[in-house]
Design a protein around this ligand. Structure first.
Ligand SMILES: Cc1cc2nc3c(=O)[nH]c(=O)nc-3n(C[C@H](O)[C@H](O)[C@H](O)COP(=O)(O)O)c2cc1C
Ligand SMILES: [Mn+2]
Length: 458
């Protein structure tokens, strides 16, 4: 069934589960949140999550690494790595048919409200400065919740926020994001946009807040997808100082407002593609209240594999449903780490005739504009194994006919090979000809049960 479907599921339960299964690195000695937390954590990147129990200058622990390998996440969801994106895809499709709306709980105090700071002060929180050229301490994993200034519908998204004062943050809202749209309509009226910044949410909420806009239009509340993954309505709580709710089981909730007509410097910050974003004037948040759990663990994400998986899992799950509706031969789609989780897609299909692999490539580009490279493979290639995908390219690509280039298409402005987001995309057909000639049959060993022979399974 998986831990996620357990009643009262939260980040603390994930930490306990990891500790009980010997899947957690516990750092007991005192560690500086400036550079040292990320410096230590990066040594375990992609392996086991890390809990820092003793943070210099703060009474809280720091937890990271929950999203940097899919095995950890699959264990929490009670599934396998190969089935994980299908599980998310099904939750999104079920939510589209019959959403389970979140509920506001009235029982006080909800976990995230156990302690209400008399005077909100961000300097009391163990916010790490991650990479060596980062402009300051950063919230990188927190879920920002806001309400549409016209319709009141909730939006959830992950946004980076840099601490600039005891009650002040600067934040990034990219073009085209729903949150930016909400803010621009509030700002046009000279009004602030009230928000809650929810740190340390459970993986169902994290995933829901990252569903791409192509799957969740602005008039729908993506938090319902978290309810779907949890198997019951997600619980929200009323805030102390703003008219927008927070996630009841968060570790910390920072309440505040994004100020109209104010811009202050934010950055540099290590971004998803592994480069630094330059320091520039960006949006300003004034903090109005901070609440937290008694035993709160501050949650952070390390730029790198954690972000690749966060973006990649949601991207591939949403795109696969869209592409399959257009090209039914498509079996699966994966956004690998080598593409930062959203610049590259591998599309696996069972060709029923020649040519559908090209349609699958075009449909995938159309479904997710950030993509730069789409590789089509057959069902006998392991979509999650990049070595196998390279094998398909090496033995099945005809460079004369199998490469599609699309010049000057819209992509992602953070990619340094685009000009303001516009650049060339390539599709690679690494599928064998149809029908498959004998020369393209894969050599396979017989499937012998090692269990029966009492041999170790590695
Ligand atoms: C770790 C991480 C950090 C992110 N930081 C930002 C950010 O600073 N600004 C932004 O616009 N999007 C950021 N994103 C992407 C958005 O959270 C994501 O596209 C979301 O689906 C946007 O939702 P919305 O369109 O409903 O606002 C980040 C994603 C991840 C995984
Ligand atoms: Mn949205």
């Amino acid at each position: 069934m998986g831990l996620v479907k357990t009643k009262g599921f939260d980040l603390n339960m994930c930490i306990d589960y990891l500790r009980d299964n010997n899947e957690l690195i516990i750092v007991k000695r005192k560690v500086d949140p400036k550079f040292e937390v990320a410096g230590i954590a990066s040594r375990y990147e992609g392996k086991k999550p890390v809990l820092f129990q003793n943070i210099k200058g703060a009474g809280f622990s720091v937890f990271t690494g929950l999203y940097w390998n899919r095995q950890t996440l699959a264990g929490i969801f009670g599934t396998t790595t190969a089935e994980l994106s299908g599980l998310i895809r099904n939750a999104v499709m079920q939510w589209q048919k019959e959403p389970i709306e979140p509920v506001v709980v009235n029982a006080a105090p909800a976990p995230a409200n156990e302690v209400i700071m008399a005077e909100p002060d961000l300097s009391l929180l163990p916010v790490p400065t991650h990479f060596t050229e980062d402009g300051g301490p950063y919230f990188l994993s927190s879920v920002v919740i806001a309400r549409d200034p016209d319709t009141g519908i909730h939006n959830a998204s992950v946004n980076r926020l840099m601490v600039t004062g005891s009650k002040r943050l600067t934040m990034l809202m990219d073009m085209g994001r729903h949150l930016r749209d909400y803010y621009e309509r509030a700002e046009a009226r000279g009004e602030p946009l009230q928000i809650t910044i929810n740190n340390g949410v459970d993986p169902a909420v994290h995933i829901a807040s990252l569903v791409p806009a192509a799957t969740v239009p602005i008039h729908k509340n993506e938090l319902g997808i978290a309810s779907e993954l949890l198997g019951r309505p997600l619980e929200l709580l009323r805030s102390q100082s703003v008219e927008v709710e927070g996630i009841a089981n968060s570790q910390f909730i920072i309440e505040g407002k994004i100020l109209p007509n104010e811009r202050e410097p934010e950055g540099p910050c290590a971004e998803v593609a592994g480069y630094y974003a330059v320091r520039a004037n960006r949006y300003v948040v004034e903090v109005t209240a901070i609440t937290h759990r008694k035993d709160a663990a501050f949650h952070t994400i390390l730029p790198g594999k954690e972000v690749y998986n966060s973006a990649g899992l949601m991207g591939e799950a949403s795109v696969c449903a869209l592409v399959q509706s257009q090209v039914p031969e498509v079996l699966n789609i994966h956004f690998p780490h080598g593409g930062c989780g959203f610049y590259q897609a591998v599309v696996q299909l069972e060709k029923k005739g020649e040519g559908s692999q090209k349609n699958a490539i075009l449909a995938t580009f159309a479904a997710f504009p950030s993509l730069r490279i789409v590789i089509a493979i057959d069902s006998d290639v392991d979509i999650y194994n990049h070595e196998d995908v390279m094998w398909a390219i090496s033995t099945r690509l005809d460079p004369d006919r199998g490469i599609v280039t699309i010049k000057d298409a819209r992509g992602h402005e953070l990619n340094p090979m685009t000009k303001n987001g516009v650049g060339t995309k390539i599709g690679i057909d690494a599928t064998a000809p149809y029908p498959k000639p004998y020369g393209f049959r894969r050599a396979r060993a017989a499937n012998v049960s090692l269990d029966k022979l009492r041999l170790p399974i590695l």
